[in-house]
Design a protein around this ligand. Structure first.
Ligand SMILES: [Fe+2]
Length: 248
């Protein structure tokens, strides 16, 4: 029956097949990190997200003491600028902001001093990342501190960390501590590297992925995101119980 309907009305559009309604990792606030450069570019990308079937974006600028000294105030101000810009275009789409925290000494201090941390969702999720080559020696302390303060840590793109490729048990320990994992959809196409693709597939096969996100920095990334939805592992991934849509 479906094939007859498809023959009459055409196959389902990609937006109808997409079950990810919330993207929770991207860099879409203008000129605040290595993400988009202008409000026009943000608008263009968000428009494309909506076309793909997304219903909400939680964008996450970097906070990293060496390069991106963003604060909750700066991020909230930039979010307001974006929302005003979307309103001015009569484009109504929910965009929220949190951050992607780089685990460094400054982040530890913020936690120790109980400074405000940008989180999202009812679970108070914090998105965090580390350097790609080496883990910080205090990674487990940082996880413990986040949890002690009532947050739920989400490890951004675990498939991209070179230090985990020959030390999977380190990731297993972090999972045992209770963190969530978020993979980048672009990894499924081999966009970053063959190793990152292999690791993402391994995590999907092992049912260890909690969230899947774009980590979109630019229009170029968005085009690669569309490609990722054509991969066999994307189809596998969206059959899993991902938590993205709990953030609606
Ligand atoms: Fe990111």
């Amino acid at each position: 029956m479906t094939s007859i309907l498809n023959a009459i009305f055409g196959a389902k559009k990609p937006s109808e097949q997409n079950i990810l309604h919330v993207d929770m990792h991207s860099h879409l606030l203008a000129a605040i990190d290595d993400g988009v450069g202008s409000l026009e570019e943000s608008f263009e990308i968000i428009r494309k997200f909506r076309e793909l079937g997304y219903k909400k974006i939680i964008t996450t600028p970097h906070i990293m003491s060496d390069f991106y000294r963003n604060t909750p105030e700066i991020i909230q101000k930039k979010l307001k600028d974006l929302q005003d810009f979307l309103d001015s275009k009569a484009f109504y789409f929910p965009v929220e902001a949190a951050a992607e925290y780089y685990v460094d000494e400054a982040f530890l201090e913020m936690l120790r001093n109980k400074q405000p941390i940008l989180s999202f969702g009812k679970e108070k999720y914090i998105l965090f990342e580390t350097g790609f080559m080496n883990p910080p020696p205090f990674i487990e302390e940082a996880i413990f501190l986040m949890q002690t303060e009532g947050y739920k840590p989400i490890f951004a793109h675990p498939e991209r960390y070179i230090y985990l490729y020959d030390n999977f048990s380190m990731l297993e320990r972090m999972i045992e501590m209770g963190i969530c994992l978020q993979i980048n959809l672009l990894s499924l196409t081999g966009y970053y590297s063959r190793e990152a693709k292999k690791m993402a597939e391994k995590l999907i096969d092992a049912n260890l992925v909690d969230f899947a996100a774009s980590d979109c920095h630019s229009l170029k990334h968005f085009e690669a995101l569309k490609e990722s939805t054509k991969t066999s592992y994307y189809k596998k991934l969206i059959q899993k119980d991902l938590l993205n849509n709990t953030l609606m």
